[in-house]
Design a protein around this ligand. Structure first.
Ligand SMILES: Cc1cc2nc3c(=O)[nH]c(=O)nc-3n(C[C@H](O)[C@H](O)[C@H](O)COP(=O)(O)OP(=O)(O)OC[C@H]3O[C@@H](n4cnc5c(N)ncnc54)[C@H](O)[C@@H]3O)c2cc1C
Length: 387
């Protein structure tokens, strides 16, 4: 991949930097700033932010204009991801919509679905959640038991989902349900687009270790949705979902790499006043190592994008990227904990961001496929080892 930017792309980057200077919420990115503590206030901030980004032309960058996108290339998309990460800009509330639902509708949806749902994701008229995991189906996703049964011109859904991020705020859900229990377990599943206001859906928020209510339990009790709300073919939901999880593991990750670098540098500024850390060879070695690993993460992201641009698909390599970024993120947060020392738990708001990131990063080696599952995929599909 040629990563030298053209003059137009360089000017696009400069324009975005200026736009971020002018538009980021006040004090955003300072050591203590995380956005409002209150979940609802935070949801409003994230929604308005995402909408402003879209209005300024910085969302759906590489998607076709016919579906509300900007019609630019993956390179401009990368520039946006990286610049937002460099400023640790808010991630927005519709990450499931942008990173999972829209790519899958663009790849497997009908023309009507593309024209209707994709633009509404960009304008944040619709907020999406992902109803895949169940109490007995997480890593073993093909074990999904939530049933969708055909009744005339409708599907009737019964079952329970869990860990459904954003379900409380979402008005749509991309749902994986069993449509044919007689087929082998990978083959009788279908993906549906479900309006969260349909009678029979109950959402119960779960409080996380960070104190925020990001994910939820979702119950479906005789929920009736119209026929035709499937995305991809009936009973082919597994193939479509596996595609979707590939996107989840690999796309938009330059944002993360750039944000980790931003946060790491904030940490180093904080530690600058502590010669017992900055002058200590043990810590200095670790700091050097993190810089190198963040550099490697950037290269891994670029390699993945290069595969997409060249039409090679994402494939099992997405697992390498997921495994690497999630474990690196945890190690950096563990380092912050160790280097800040007792102040980590006693200090005021000044280190709140590091404390929050430490707690939040416990989840990153679980969601989008645990580290053990990623290692299985790498072992079997890339290294050819036996199951
Ligand atoms: C913050 C967060 C947000 C999430 N958001 C969503 C969401 O929006 N939508 C959604 O559908 N899901 C979501 N999830 C769920 C997530 O996808 C699952 O937690 C994950 O797939 C693991 O499933 P599980 O929790 O059932 O654990 P299990 O699958 O029960 O795994 C338990 C342990 O066993 C290990 N294990 C399991 N199978 C194997 C194996 N074959 N070999 C080796 N080890 C194995 C796992 O690695 C893990 O350590 C979210 C999770 C988190 C933490």
């Amino acid at each position: 991949m040629d990563i030298d930017l053209t003059p137009q792309q360089q000017s696009f980057r400069r324009g975005l930097r200026q736009w971020l200077d002018d538009n980021l919420p006040e004090n955003w990115g300072g050591p203590a700033y995380l956005g409002p503590d209150d979940d609802e206030e935070n949801a409003v901030l994230q929604t308005l932010w995402e909408r402003r980004l879209y209005e300024a032309g910085y969302q759906g960058v590489a998607w076709p204009k016919a579906y509300g996108g900007q019609g630019l290339t993956m390179v401009e998309q990368l520039i946006v991801s990286e610049e937002l990460g460099r400023r640790a800009a808010p991630e927005g509330i519709n990450t499931i919509g942008k990173e999972l639902v829209a790519p899958i509708i663009l790849a497997a949806g009908t023309e009507e679905q593309k024209r209707h749902y994709v633009p509404r994701i960009l304008t944040v008229e619709d907020i999406w959640c992902q109803g895949f995991s169940e109490p007995d189906a997480g890593s073993d996703l093909a074990g999904v038991r939530t049933r969708a049964e055909r009744d005339g011109e409708e599907w009737v859904i019964n079952g329970q989902k869990v860990w459904t991020s954003f379900a409380f705020q979402a008005n749509w859900c991309i749902l994986l349900a069993r449509t044919n229990p007689d087929k082998p377990k990978h083959k009788g599943l279908t993906l549906f687009l479900v309006d969260m206001k349909t009678p029979g859906i109950e959402v119960r928020p779960l409080v996380q270790i960070t104190g925020r209510k990001e994910f939820n339990e979702v119950f479906f009790d005789n929920v009736r949705i119209p026929a035709g709300m499937n995305v991809g073919a009936i009973d082919d939901g597994w193939n479509v979902s596996v595609n979707l999880l590939g996107y989840e593991r690999a796309t938009a990750r330059l944002y993360r790499q750039a944000r980790f670098m931003n946060e790491f540098e904030q940490l180093l500024r904080k530690l600058d006043a502590r010669p017992e850390i900055t002058g200590n060879p043990y810590y200095r070695q670790q700091i050097g190592r993190f810089y190198a690993e963040l550099g490697i993460l950037r290269q891994l992201n670029l390699k993945t994008v290069s595969r997409i641009v060249n039409g090679d698909g994402i494939g099992a390599e997405a697992s390498v990227v997921k495994l690497f970024w999630s474990e690196l993120h945890q190690r950096i947060e563990d380092f912050a904990f160790e280097a800040i020392g007792p102040a980590f738990v006693t200090d005021s708001k000044d280190i709140e961001r590091f404390r929050y990131n430490f707690l939040q990063s416990r989840a990153v080696t679980i969601y989008a496929g645990t580290s053990q599952v990623q290692r299985n995929i790498i072992a079997e599909r890339m290294l050819g080892l036996p199951r």
